[in-house]
Design a protein around this ligand. Sequence first.
Ligand SMILES: NC(=O)c1ccc[n+]([C@@H]2O[C@H](COP(=O)([O-])OP(=O)(O)OC[C@H]3O[C@@H](n4cnc5c(N)ncnc54)[C@H](O)[C@@H]3O)[C@@H](O)[C@H]2O)c1
Ligand SMILES: [Zn+2]
Ligand SMILES: [Zn+2]
Length: 369
Amino acid sequence: MKIPAAVLFGVKEDYRIEEIELDPPNPHEVTVKLAASGLCHSDDHSVTGDVPCPFPIIGGHEGAGVVTEVGSQVTALKEGDHVLLHPVPNCGECRWCVSGRANLCDNGAFALTGYAPDGTYRRRLNGENIGAYVQLGTFATHTTVSETQVVKIPEDIPLQTAALIGCGVTTGFGAATKVADVKPGDVVVVVGVGGVGTSAVQGARIAGASTVVAVEPLQFRREFALTMGATHTAASVDEATDLVREATRGVMADVVIVTVGVLHGDLLAPVMGLTSKGGKAVITSVAPIAETTAAVSLFDLAMSNKRIYGHVFGEANPAEDFRRLIELYRTGLLKLDEMITTRYSLDQINEGYRAMHSGANIRGLITYD
Ligand SMILES: NC(=O)c1ccc[n+]([C@@H]2O[C@H](COP(=O)([O-])OP(=O)(O)OC[C@H]3O[C@@H](n4cnc5c(N)ncnc54)[C@H](O)[C@@H]3O)[C@@H](O)[C@H]2O)c1
Ligand SMILES: [Zn+2]
Ligand SMILES: [Zn+2]
């Protein structure tokens, strides 16, 4: 099938819309007609070169749509099913999947190769194989993906809204509720409130945090965070440190969640300063792959019993966590429609990413007819 797709040809280039040849599904794959794809910051690390990937590549990994064709061995999905895609596979067989830690599935090792775990490609550009970001390539009208990256969802949930759950919402919400395990009455700080940070703020609110401080240099995003459950805002970590010190009489925050756009090592020391004795610092943000140093007081880390947690995809088990998030959306507790600030057509993708960088959006969404 010939489809339009947004293709990245090199570092610091714009996406270009190209006609791609998409294959039908292999026995354990499905083809999905996409309804929408969110503009997550993660794709952008390959645009800046912070996280290298093979070029050319079709971007996009936060998508939802309708199954149009199923492979001969697929039993859990059928044509017409509404589905959410997820960037981390759930093979159901590796030690991580069988122990309920699908976010660490061994097949995640192929995320940035562009090809399927068996080394084959499903897409071609001008007759040459072309990869898809985390095998999903949702910046296209259709995708052919492994059944291990697809979850069926109820049909009453608007597909365009559901797309956000495919990455940013699950990641931020899981950072608060699963990784940090926020408890009622906790003091939580979220550093950087774009799509992922806004979801962490919502997770903290729903988990019962008494204080949620949104730290963000951009005023629009600070104000938006107040509508999502933040009780206070600060324009910088330094400002938040004074605010939290006063609010907690020097105890500091039980949980600090880092969801800035690009993580650099120099942020870690002030983040640990914001964290209370016995508190947790949760690192969600992606750092440039070549950056390997961070200054942290090792004395304070041990003697104040502080903990630093990294995580991928909010420690999600996609099928179960998507079900919970959809229930929270149905009850009105989880706000998703409000997070979609602008909808774009595929050929407006570069405009959408510029709006992510300028902070004009919370989440920009590419929608398909
Ligand atoms: N761990 C995972 O599995 C996972 C999954 C999805 C996204 N991510 C990462 O999460 C991060 C956030 O993604 P997003 O889509 O929300 O990005 P975004 O660009 O929409 O939001 C990031 C926000 O951080 C703010 N910011 C930057 N520096 C700051 C600082 N020093 N202090 C306070 N705020 C600061 C920016 O102004 C911006 O509003 C990215 O690094 C992304 O790659 C990780
Ligand atoms: Zn697995
Ligand atoms: Zn993402």
